[in-house]
Design a protein around this ligand. Sequence first.
Ligand code: TPP
Ligand code: MG
Length: 317
Amino acid sequence: MDATLLLGLYRQMALCRRFEEAAAKAYSQGKVSGFLHLYVGQEAVAVGAISAAEPTDYVVATYREHAHYLARTGDARGAMAELFGKASGCSGGRGGSMHLFDAAHRMLGGWAIVGGHVPIAAGVAFASKYRDEKDVTLCFFGDGTANMGAFHEGLALAGLWKLPVVFICENNQYAMGTPLYRTLSVEDVAVRARGYPMESEIVNGDDVLEVREAVRHAVNRARRENLPIFIEAKTYRFRGHSVADPATYRSKEELRKWMERDPIRMLADRIQTLGIATEEQLGALDDEVKAQVQDAVEFAERTPAPEPDTVGEHVYA
Ligand SMILES: Cc1ncc(C[n+]2csc(CCOP(=O)(O)OP(=O)(O)O)c2C)c(N)n1
Ligand SMILES: [Mg+2]
């Protein structure tokens, strides 16, 4: 096991977790408005998957995308300032939590319409193939998305035109307050991939190394053979759908069971068992991450809101 790799993955997952804890606090203080969907419990999926891609591969994600943005850019300041609606935010303060973009890092959102970004990801992959650029697109979405028309349109085109896109279903068991078993007509979301057709794999989404390995394999194949591939990562969100949701539709017992599989705790245990770092050393890493998040919050607080006379910029009419 590569110590640098494991510690790097741990640091990224810890950054996502601490970032969102700070974001939730800022939200409760009225410093962040709009919607705020937390990814707490799911960090192994975004971090594992994005670590397996090249920095020039594209990332397209949903409104639950803080971790994807952080894993791709490492830019806690730009993300936090965006949540605060500040001009220094990565989208100029115009997007907020659900619209984190960084074109230079090929982080293409942040999309709030469920399923709406799946055809967009297919389009990005089409552009790569058309220009023979050999870049792969990672498209993240939830389990509930698999029942949307746009999801099927995107997969159909990717299958037909053999586009280099890795579809990554973050199956966190719920679409808002509705459990998957009440909406999905098949046992696994991955079954849906067969119809287009494309190969699929189901992975433990709480195991960052398992996610990374599956995505690494998929990205390599997508690049080499110009093929779409589907990965379903089974995981769980520890918080409600958004911070406004107390999640009373699920039992404490169910939550407790999944929290035993906390992806960050599991990686920490593995790092310690392998003798790569002690609990104290991981604690020091956590302190570093907390300081980075604290710096991001202070940056977001002290930088100005967009100038009122720029309100017409970046607007299509
Ligand atoms: C087209 C559309 N319909 C409904 C909504 C409201 N909505 C926001 S998130 C969501 C649930 C999506 O669940 P899932 O795809 O499993 O993603 P998760 O939130 O679990 O990450 C719904 C219905 C929306 N944003 N867009
Ligand atoms: Mg879901």
